[in-house]
Design a protein. Sequence first.
Length: 132
Amino acid sequence: IGWEKEGAFGLDIIDSNCKVAESFKATVRQFDARNVHKQKGANRVIISTSPVPEGTTVYPTYTLNDGTEVVDTDGVMGEGDTQLEFTVDDRFHVIDYGLQGTSENTVTTPLRVKGIALEWDPLKDEDIGNAE
């Protein structure tokens, strides 16, 4: 990889045979639908990756309203999996969601995350303007 910093140039060599991190975590930025005061419904989170390498395990995570992080150990991605959908089915003002996982110390192929998506409900039928 070539680089430049303050007029100096360099070339770094990447060892593609190095081991990956034994633990990892990715979190999507905090989501509030630009309406932090209104409750919304969290339906599910979908994680899409390239095939999970042998020796790597991935778990979905979420945090509602800056509370305690929930790690869904029932929803797990393992070798060869490319997608996981897990149900949250709760209400929130703000939510953080993502994944965490582990890789055995012999794994050299990194997990490649393609996307982490939230399916949510704005609960429009509960808006004050819709009350009878």
